[in-house]
Design a protein around this ligand. Structure first.
Ligand code: ADP
Length: 543
């Protein structure tokens, strides 16, 4: 017998309708691409999204069509999110930092009918115009008529003029909640990027989970600043979650440097924010140099790469903000775990609290996890055994877009994350590596993430990567490649001594190379494939 509860479809349009109705005056503030702040309320955003929905119809975009965006975190991008998904079309957010070949590939693979692009990306678009000419029908530039740039290849439409020419009256259609809502490609360090096709249902459930106190903890009293880009797994779902909560939004546009981020925090009263560690390195560096603060910010969600212990400590000790270490993937909408303490952790001393806070966190309801050994058997949840981390859940991708085969999906309904992790009895997960980055010395694994975290905790080190280098006896040994603080004097031996007592002796890197900067992927992760390639012939010292 079925329950007698209404079966209303969970649709993204209901989020903006709710916020417009009950939080209509709550602000969405944008640091404009061209400078200055734009501010309006959720009711205005809804009206603009409805105008855009009408405009999309005129551009020939209908249910099931795909629309691409090459855009920063701004109110226009926010309107596109809601208008496109609202009409049952698919909002494909594109990472402008991808290589041109990858950009052309994904625009075609996704069949983007219309592209919404920042004025500054028009030359980039021109550079692969020929490759996408058969796919894209219209290009809308996120600016007013007066600032419309020139294009060598496309007729450009001004976003503001397009939207203003349409009516704000529009009834969102109702449809199956499993309908595709949005699309995001993983950066794919090898091979072609893979498309993750989100659904309305997945995003709504993910939003319900996100706002909870043990997750991102977002309420109507918060001011939320997603620094993580709206093209990186939907800014970790924040444009949906903040709208569901009716929180004020502060959108930083392209201004992600320490000075601008600090100004937006204090200027708009940001209480909650989220981004990858590199953003916070820039902010902390700016705070140290300027002596400024980040009041009233207390909740800093950090993920995408492992968070260094020193970062968690500095936020707490110097600025009164608590870091919530989070882990997720584009394939997981993206949240999997968030690190918040349990009641039994109430009285931990600083050291033990940091040990806990450094982990990637525990699963949120809606995501199941297991770790699996090389033989496919499940491993103990004892905080020691490590293996392939597998997940399944309400917002986990079950396949890649327009791709028949996926090595990552197991026969029994799990998704293999490619991360190597431990789980403890309370579910706290700790990533030791990505499968492909593991350093295997004498048949035993050395965690590259542990080696990197220890290195960046050294006060004179900004960033570090540990990679494997071939070794005649041990097969592989770790090599540390590090970037020193500007002007700092640091010898190899001093950095190697820093490892004493912190890890097993045999884990210590065999050598250190100092470089000016490390290569990164389009989502800001260390590009270890390049480093392994650059250092493949590196001769380790024999001592
Ligand atoms: P992309 O592959 O496009 O860069 P994702 O954001 O989907 O983008 O990358 C997901 C991967 O990022 C995870 O599988 C994991 O390896 C890494 N990652 C995410 N969060 C963390 C974290 N808190 N600590 C360590 N690694 C993380």
């Amino acid at each position: 017998m079925l329950g007698l509860i209404m079966d209303r479809p969970m649709l993204i349009s209901s989020l903006i309708d709710f916020a417009a109705e009950y939080h209509g005056g709550t602000e969405i503030v944008t640091h404009n691409v061209e400078g200055g702040l734009h501010r309006y309320g959720y009711a205005d955003a809804q009206a603009e999204a409805k105008r855009l929905a009408n405009a999309l119809g005129e551009l020939g975009v209908g249910f099931g069509d795909t629309v691409g965006t090459l855009a920063w975190n701004t109110r226009r991008h926010f309107e596109i999110y809601y208008a496109v998904s609202g009409i049952g079309a698919i909002c494909h957010t594109i990472n402008p930092r991808l290589y041109v070949e990858q950009l052309a590939y994904i625009v075609n693979h996704a069949s983007d009918r219309v592209l919404f692009v920042e004025a500054g990306f028009v030359p980039l678009l021109d550079s692969f115009a020929a490759e996408i000419a058969d796919t894209v029908r219209a290009i809308v530039v996120l600016c007013d008529e007066a600032n419309l740039p020139e294009s060598e290849h496309f007729d450009l439409i001004s976003y503001d003029a397009l939207v203003a020419a349409h009516d704000p009256v529009f009834d969102w259609p109702s449809f199956d909640e499993r309908t595709a809502s949005s699309l995001c490609y993983t950066s794919g360090t090898t091979g072609n990027p893979k498309g993750v096709l989100y659904s309305h249902r997945g995003n709504i459930l993910h939003s319900y989970a996100s706002i909870g106190p043990d997750c991102m903890n977002i309420s109507a009293r918060d001011t939320v600043m997603p620094v993580v880009p709206m093209f990186h797994a939907n800014a970790w779902g924040i444009p949906y979650a903040a709208t569901m909560a009716g929180a004020k939004l502060a959108l930083p546009g392209p201004h992600l440097d320490g000075e601008n981020v600090q100004a937006l925090i204090t200027g708009e009263g940001v209480t909650m924010t989220a981004a990858v560690p590199t953003i916070w390195l820039m902010l902390l560096d700016y705070l140290k140099r300027s002596g400024k603060n980040i009041r009233p910010l207390t909740n800093v969600v950090i993920g995408g790469s492992a968070v260094p212990r020193s970062m968690i400590e500095t936020f707490k000790r110097d600025y009164g903000a608590t870091v919530r270490h989070a882990w997720g993937m584009t394939e997981m909408s993206p949240l999997g775990t968030v690190n918040t303490p349990l009641a039994k952790h109430e009285n931990l001393d600083d050291g033990a609290w940091l040990d806990l806070a450094e982990k990637q966190g525990r699963p949120i309801f809606g995501v199941d996890m297991r770790i699996v050994g090389e033989d496919g058997g499940e491993l103990a949840r004892d905080g020691v055994a490590f293996g392939d981390l597998q997940v399944r859940g309400y917002w986990v991708a079950n396949a890649y877009h327009r791709q028949d085969e996926s090595d990552a999906h197991t026969g029994d309904g799990w998704f293999s994350t490619g991360d190597v992790a431990t789980l403890d009895g309370d579910g706290y997960m700790r990533i030791t590596d990505r499968t492909k980055d593991v350093i295997k010395s004498g048949g035993e694994w050395i965690s590259s993430i542990d080696l990197e975290n220890i290195a960046v905790d050294h006060p004179k080190v900004v960033e570090a990567a540990a990679i494997s280098v071939a070794h005649p006896h041990w097969d592989e040994r770790p090599l540390l490649i590090a970037v020193r603080e500007e002007g700092a004097e640091l010898e190899k031996s001093e950095l190697l001594d820093w490892y004493e007592g912190k890890i097993a002796r045999w884990w210590k890197p065999d050598d250190v190379v100092f470089v000016d900067e490390l290569p990164h992927t389009a989502t800001g992760k260390l590009l270890k494939t390049k480093l392994r390639d650059d250092f493949k012939d590196y001769i380790l010292p024999t001592a």
